[in-house]
Design a protein around this ligand. Structure first.
Ligand code: ZN
Ligand code: ZN
Ligand code: FE
Length: 760
């Protein structure tokens, strides 16, 4: 058969992920000639060969692409036959001012791990990387992705590294962070007030000794500082907790390997895939009740059955576990609660050296701060709860024109989002916009994204809440048009954008709090909406929230409010055990506040209903971390109970009967796990009944689920199941957080739609 030539254009996340060497490999293997080159918009390939070989090349292109790449589209055009004598990688060139995408950071690959064990300049060298792995986003200062535009620019490559970097067949061909012990970054150890060593052997030795002896060590990582200690040592964990001033919030644990991890947590196949993927997130798993002597410290996860676990992802982690006797260490963000994770050596040493036993720094600067990402497998799918290292700043692909839109996000768990073409670049996890440092991080990162992705802001999108820092940031940003978007409409729009939906849907947004258009606090919203607008069909009935937002920190207040609404003052004489743990004067004060309507905004927040039940069951009265009540409630749910409580669907959805029946169950001495399960089943049923009646009236069959409450596995799985069984088409979040970290994408989607309809 005669030879043909084909021009192939590949778009997507195809740069900085070992794509050209991959093309070189599969083209040569198929016996093709031609070339491949990077432009700033795509990867361009020209292949000449017989059609059968070209077809097998295209199959390999589709099926064997490097794991960290994301092919958006492959287009092919047959051209006039061109003759080449070999296949070559050509010099890159820029064809326009467009930008390519930035790869997230990639966990160290097996080839590089092997390099650490071989004699030569990478023996025991903790900064190995190649085109298939290593730092990316965290070190990138500008595009196009080139060493001179990364924090590696201060390290001049030695001749050997340079040679690898320039050899097309080498694994380090154009690997921008290429380095070895002769030319690259190094670790340094600090103790007391001073630097004590730069030898990696000494550092690993001292750190392991310290960890074995209940020490707490500060370790500079990929996207920020970590604090580490032995995960089996209660004293060490306590020390770490005191040091961070973080009372209850669970700590993440890094295990030596998957085998050790499986001893302590239940891992199914999909969870394992998430754990070992190149993204290496923290995965929330069910803790095993091991009968082994060696049990994880109880104070790690505040007695919850969920545990955030991860596997090593930096060469240093692997090298440390080689030395450590323990199979698991706590690895939590190096910061004081409420501040963003520290990235610079000097402030980190100043703040932490006086309080930790050792500090391990390195001299490769972190430019873009990233936290460890958090996922949970629900309904057989990976769901992102915190989208940062390994995930950001990968583009979210949409079906809309997003150009020039900047969406500022919500107040807590903030991420913002910028639009370019049809892509949405959702920022890494920023955090709660409360402390000065986090607000600075927020403002700086917005600037960085706008410059990095060459965004020319045209249209801004903010939450309707006038007091959100993010709303104010948008309003003060400059002389641009600003679209204000209702919080729960943005939640639903976010999930719609993730699934490229652009039509009328039934939206169910369940979360803690969001600004409502009627002046009340919303948080359990059943909407009929499209990307442009929404109608609020119904919601959980309002209850007064004594103390407003601070009620979320003290679930007992909400419980008192619910009981008072259902029983009046009689609830005090029902003999409910949880009341014994409350100060009667405080309870009386709450009742007075409700009566006199003092600082008692009305709320329909689903999170508060969960808080109420968690408090009634005496699982928590004062929350030590966000959503503690709902998490404790979910933690005791069982799988062998299908019963539920009564509720009423009137103009609103009312849970007065539910509270009564729960109260009866408590007084009867029913097991708390049964009550918690019946309560969950009740919510699932309430969602189902409500969307069923909306479908009947509106003829809409697509249901979109969003909001932080759907991070509850039992609730999300149960809701999806019952809706699917009744022939609904169900959409829920996977690659974008369903909590407020996903809001910005929804804001961007609504702004884009309104611009399209000329509504702005
Ligand atoms: Zn590698
Ligand atoms: Zn070198
Ligand atoms: Fe929300």
């Amino acid at each position: 058969m005669s030879e043909i030539s084909l021009e192939v254009i590949v778009t997507g996340l195809v740069q900085g992920v070992g794509f050209r060497p991959f093309i070189f490999r599969i083209a040569t293997k198929a016996g093709l000639t031609g070339w491949v080159l990077n432009t700033n918009e795509n990867v361009k390939i020209l292949v000449t060969g017989d059609p059968v070989n070209i077809s097998s090349f295209l199959t390999a292109l589709r099926n064997e692409a490097p794991p960290a790449s994301m092919i958006e589209a492959i287009s092919t055009v047959e051209i006039k036959s061109a003759v080449f004598d070999s296949f070559r990688i050509l010099e890159s060139h820029n064809v326009s001012d467009e930008i390519t995408e930035i790869s997230p950071d990639i966990a160290v690959c097996n080839d590089c791990l092997e390099d650490i064990t071989k004699s030569g300049s990478r023996l025991n060298y903790a900064f190995v990387n190649c085109t298939n792995c290593g730092p990316r986003f965290t070190i990138i200062q500008d595009l196009p992705y080139d060493r001179a535009k990364t924090t590696m620019k201060t390290f001049a490559m030695c001749p050997e590294c340079r040679e690898e970097y320039e050899t097309v067949t080498d694994r380090r061909f154009h690997a921008q962070p290429t380095a070895c012990s002769n030319c690259g970054p190094t670790y340094e150890l600090y103790a007391g007030q001073s630097k004590v060593s730069e030898s990696i052997d000494v550092i690993l030795d001292r750190v392991s000794q310290s960890v074995e002896n209940s020490g707490v060590v500060l370790i500079k990582g990929l996207g920020g500082m970590h604090l580490a200690c032995d995960a089996f040592n209660e004293t060490a964990v306590k020390k770490l907790r005191d040091l961070k001033n973080r009372e209850g919030k669970p700590f993440a644990v890094m295990f030596r390997d998957i085998a050790q991890l499986k001893i302590h947590a239940e891992v199914n196949e999909i969870e394992e895939q998430s754990l070992v993927s190149w993204r290496r997130p923290i995965v929330l798993l069910k803790k095993k009740n091991t009968t082994q002597q060696h049990v994880l410290a109880q104070n790690l996860n505040a007695g919850l059955n969920l545990l955030g676990v991860m596997l090593p992802y930096m060469p240093f982690h692997y090298m440390l576990f080689q030395q450590l006797k323990t199979s698991a260490i706590v690895l939590t963000s190096g910061n004081f609660s409420s501040e963003p994770i520290l990235i610079d050596n000097k402030p980190a040493l100043e703040q932490f050296l006086p309080v930790v036993d050792l500090a391990v720094m390195h001299n490769r600067d972190i430019y873009n701060r990233t936290d460890d990402s958090v996922t949970r497998i629900i309904g057989g799918k990976e769901r992102i709860f915190r989208r940062s290292r390994g995930y950001a700043p990968a583009a979210v692909r949409t079906a809309m024109n997003t150009e020039g839109i900047v969406a500022f996000g919500a107040e807590l768990t903030n991420c913002f989002c910028v639009g370019k073409g049809q892509k949405a670049f959702l920022s890494q996890h920023i955090g709660d916009l409360q402390g000065l440092e986090t607000i600075q991080f927020y403002e700086n990162t917005i600037k960085q994204f706008i410059s990095l992705f060459r965004v020319k802001p045209e249209l801004l999108a903010v939450d309707m809440h006038p007091e959100y820092i993010s709303t104010k940031a948008g309003l003060n940003y400059g002389n641009f048009q600003v679209v204000k978007i209702q919080h729960h409409h943005a939640h639903i729009a976010s999930c719609m954008a993730e699934h490229m939906l652009d039509e009328k849907v039934i939206g169910v947004a369940l979360d803690g709090t969001g600004y409502g258009t009627d002046g009340h606090i919303w948080g359990s919203e059943f909407l009929v909406c499209d990307l442009n607008d929404f109608t609020r069909i119904t919601h959980f009935d309002y209850i007064p929230l004594p103390g407003g937002d601070s009620a979320a920190e003290e679930p007992w207040r909400t419980a008192v409010s619910f009981l008072y609404k259902v029983y009046g003052k009689e609830f005090l004489s029902l003999g409910l055990p949880f009341l014994n743990h409350l100060d009667p004067d405080k309870v009386a004060l709450i009742i007075q506040m409700i009566d006199k309507k003092i600082n008692c905004p009305l709320s329909s927040g689903a999170g508060r209903l969960f808080d109420c039940v968690a408090s009634l069951l005496d699982l928590v009265q004062e929350a030590t971390f966000q959503a503690e009540g709902p998490m404790r409630l979910e933690a005791i749910v069982r799988t062998d109970c299908t019963e539920s409580y009564a509720f009423e669907c009137k103009e609103t959805i009312q849970f007065g009967l539910t509270i009564q029946e729960i109260t009866d169950d408590i007084r009867r001495g029913t097991d708390t796990s049964i009550i918690a399960t019946k309560f969950h089943n009740t919510i699932i049923l309430a969602i189902f009944e409500t969307v069923k009646s909306i479908r009947l009236k509106e003829g809409i069959n697509k249901v979109v689920l969003s909001g932080g409450v759907f991070q509850n596995k039992y609730l999300l799985e149960g809701t999806i199941q019952v809706l699917l069984k009744n022939n609904f088409e169900v959409y829920s979040h996977a690659t974008v957080p369903s909590n407020d970290g996903g809001i910005a994408l929804g804001q961007l989607a609504v702004a884009s739609k309104r611009r399209e309809l000329l509504c702005v």
